[in-house]
Ligand binder design. Structure first.
Ligand code: GRF
Length: 208
């Protein structure tokens, strides 16, 4: 089976990116990361990419007149690398409708809660886990989903839960959830690369 060309967008430390790199190097995923793009110069994920011989590109929004142009620049880099699947691994900007149209049903995101709880505009980073603790829910988790025009609204591919313990802080919960993220993001990408994900309305079926 041919390899799927993957592009990963990041804004930060890139531990999810690392989990993809590790799984690809182990031969678990029939894909190749062609390029890693960050909107932040100091994102450690760029270093992780370079260490593994992957093209690492920093694109600064300020260099463009509009948000649309900034997004077009990202699309251009993805196209230059012949990317077929875009993975958002801790990428903290929204995508323009043009971007989503260009890669329709070919963009995957990881979110650190059980969607549709604790998601949408403003829910990112440690904030998600603070809200989870403050609300007092007993279970949280992570979700991998396809990206559509909304914020965290696209069809769900995989979810996994963790227990919120009484002694948990936002930080300890974040660490627990990250462990799950590092498992389900590579798994979703593996399924995608094997052509096993079938979208039917809001539901994603995982074929044998
Ligand atoms: C993860 O919690 C991810 O779910 C969220 O941003 C965080 C990124 O972490 N979207 P990392 O950069 O992969 O370490």
């Amino acid at each position: 089976m041919p390899q799927v060309n993957i592009g990963v967008l990041i804004s930060g430390s890139g531990t999810n990116l690392q989990s993809l790199i590790d799984n690809i190097e182990k031969g678990n995923i029939k894909g190749t990361i062609k390029v890693v793009i960050s909107n932040r110069r100091d994102a450690y994920g760029l270093e992780r990419a370079k260490k593994h011989g992957i093209d690492a590109v920093y694109i600064r929004q300020k260099d463009f007149e509009s948000f649309e142009d900034f997004n077009k620049a990202i699309i251009d880099v993805l196209k230059a690398h012949e990317v077929e699947l875009v993975v958002l691994a801790g990428y903290l900007k929204i995508l323009t409708p043009q971007f989503i149209e260009e890669y329709k049903n070919r963009i995957i995101n990881i979110h650190p809660s059980l969607i549709p709880a604790f998601c949408g505009k403003g829910y990112y980073g440690i904030r998600v886990h603070e809200e989870v603790i403050n609300y007092g829910v007993k279970i949280s988790g992570a979700t991998v989903h396809f990206v559509d025009e909304g914020a965290d609204t696209g069809p769900i591919i995989i979810q996994e839960a963790v227990e919120v313990a009484e002694e948990d802080t936002a930080e300890s919960l974040q660490a627990k959830v990250l462990k799950i993220e590092h498992k389900i993001l590579p798994l979703a990408v593996k399924y995608y690369c094997e052509g096993r994900l079938q979208i039917e309305g809001r539901r994603v079926l995982i074929k044998e």
